[in-house]
Design a protein around this ligand. Structure first.
Ligand code: SF4
Ligand SMILES: [Zn+2]
Length: 366
C-alpha cells in the first residue's frame, strides 16, 4: 500500500484529521452481517468492449476495506456493511458465491456472460480474498465471457489477473480512482494513492493482456466519483471532464465509469449533508460531462444511484427520470445526441448554480 507523506500524516492535520473524523463517524454503526451471505446480488446488463452483455453483479461480504478501518474515504459507507472481526473464511466466501449462483438460476433464463464482483474493499487484496478463494472463484466462472473484479491499485498484479485469463475469461479490474486530480483525491475523498499508482496498475493489466492468449483481454475500468465534498458544482464538473480525458489516455484503461456521489450513512458526506453543507450533483452535470467527453478513446458510462432523491444525484424532481433514462441510453449507445431530447425549466437553475456557486456559499440550492 503506498504511504501517505509525513506532511499529510502530521497528527491532527490533513489525512490524519480526515481519518480521525471518519473513524468516529463509522464507529456509530451497530449492524453486523452473516459472512455466509453476499452483501447484495443482482442481474443487470452492462456495456463492455465486446458490446452489451447480461451481467450478474455480486457484492461479496469480505472483512471490509483496510483503508476504511484506518478512517477511509469521506463518501464511502460500505464498511458499515462488512463483517465484524475483519475476515471471512474461504468456506464462507464460497457459500456466498453459491447463494449468488442460486439467485441467478432462479431469476435468469441462462447464465450471465459477464460477472462483476465487488467487495467492501479490494478483491485482489489477499487479506480480504485469499489466493485459494480467488482461484476457486476463477474456476467457478471459467465458462463465462468476462469478469470484472474491484481492487485498489496497490493489489493489481499480472499474476492475479492471470488466474482468470488462463481460463480464457476476459478480465477487467475496476479501480476506484475517483478523480485523476491528486489534490482532490487526497483532500476531498481522503484516498491515499496517486494517479501514478493507477497508471502502474494499468501497466500491470496491459502486461497481463500481452501475456494472455491472443483472444483473451485484460484491462482496467476506472471508477470516478463526481462531486466529492468540498467542491462546488462547477469545480466538480471540470474535475470530471479532465479526469475522464486523462484516464482514457492511459494505455490499459478501456472504460471509465463516472458516478455521481450519493449520501451514504456513516460518512463525512452524510454529516455535511445533515448540516446543509453538501448537495449531490445535478443530473444535468452528469449529462454535461458525458456530452463533453463523448469523443474520448474509451467507453464512458455512468450509473446515478439514488437518482431523483435528495440523497442522490438530482435535478428538480420533474425531469429526474427522463434525464436518468437519457444517461442509461448513453451508457449503452455512447451517442451524445440522446441528451438533445431532454430539457426542463430547471436547466436555468443548474446553469446559474454552475456559474455562481463558490465554495464559501455552497450549496446554492437543495
Ligand atoms: S471507497 Fe474503497 S478505499 Fe475508500 S473506504 Fe470505501 S472501500 Fe475503502
Ligand atoms: Zn427539471
Amino acid at each position: 500500500m503506498s504511504k501517505p507523506t509525513p506532511e499529510v500524516y502530521e497528527q491532527g492535520k490533513g489525512m490524519d484529521a480526515h481519518n480521525q473524523a471518519m473513524r468516529e463517524i463509522r464507529s456509530r454503526k451497530e449492524a453486523s452481517y452473516d459472512p455466509h451471505e453476499p452483501t447484495r446480488v443482482w442481474l443487470d446488463e452492462d456495456n463492455t468492449p465486446d458490446g452489451v452483455k447480461s451481467s450478474l453483479t455480486i457484492i461479496l461480504n469480505t472483512g471490509g476495506c483496510r483503508w476504511a478501518r484506518a478512517g477511509g474515504c469521506t463518501m464511502c459507507g460500505y464498511v458499515a456493511e462488512s463483517v465484524d472481526g475483519g475476515s471471512v473464511t474461504h468456506e464462507a466466501l464460497m457459500d456466498q458465491i453459491d447463494v449468488c449462483l442460486a439467485h441467478e438460476a432462479d431469476n435468469a433464463e441462462e447464465p450471465a456472460d459477464l460477472i462483476k464482483i465487488y467487495t467492501s474493499g479490494s478483491f485482489l487484496d489477499e487479506r480480504e480474498v485469499g489466493a485459494e478463494s480467488r482461484r476457486a472463484i476463477a474456476d467457478t466462472f471459467a465458462d463465462r465471457d468476462r469478469i470484472v473484479v474491484e481492487s485498489l491499485p496497490d493489489f493489481v498484479d499480472r499474476e492475479k489477473i492471470g488466474d482468470f485469463t488462463r481460463h480464457g475469461i476476459d478480465t477487467d479490474v475496476a479501480i476506484g480512482l475517483e478523480t485523476a486530480t491528486d489534490r482532490v483525491r487526497h483532500d476531498c475523498v481522503n484516498k491515499y494513492f496517486d494517479f501514478a499508482d493507477f497508471e502502474d496498475a494499468c501497466a500491470e493489466a496491459a502486461t497481463a493482456d500481452d501475456e494472455a492468449d491472443a483472444d483473451v483481454e485484460a484491462g482496467i475500468k476506472a471508477y470516478l466519483l463526481m462531486k466529492p465534498p468540498f467542491l462546488t458544482e462547477s469545480e466538480a464538473v471540470d474535475d470530471m471532464i479532465s479526469s475522464v480525458e486523462r484516464c482514457a489516455d492511459v494505455d490499459g484503461c478501456h472504460t471509465v465509469s463516472m458516478n455521481p456521489c450519493n449520501v451514504q450513512r456513516y460518512t463525512m458526506v452524510d454529516d455535511l449533508y445533515f448540516e446543509d453543507g453538501y448537495r449531490p450533483p445535478w443530473l444535468w452535470s452528469v449529462a454535461h460531462v458525458l456530452e463533453e467527453t463523448a469523443a474520448v478513446d474509451a467507453i464512458v458510462v455512468s450509473d446515478p444511484v439514488g437518482h431523483g432523491s435528495d440523497r442522490g444525484p438530482h435535478n428538480c424532481q420533474e425531469c429526474d427520470d427522463r434525464v436518468q433514462k437519457a444517461i442509461k441510453d448513453f451508457d449503452l449507445r455512447q451517442d451524445p445526441t440522446v441528451f438533445e431530447q431532454v430539457s426542463c425549466e430547471c436547466e436555468l437553475t443548474w446553469e446559474t448554480v454552475v456559474e455562481r456557486e463558490r465554495s464559501f456559499n455552497q450549496p446554492l440550492t437543495r
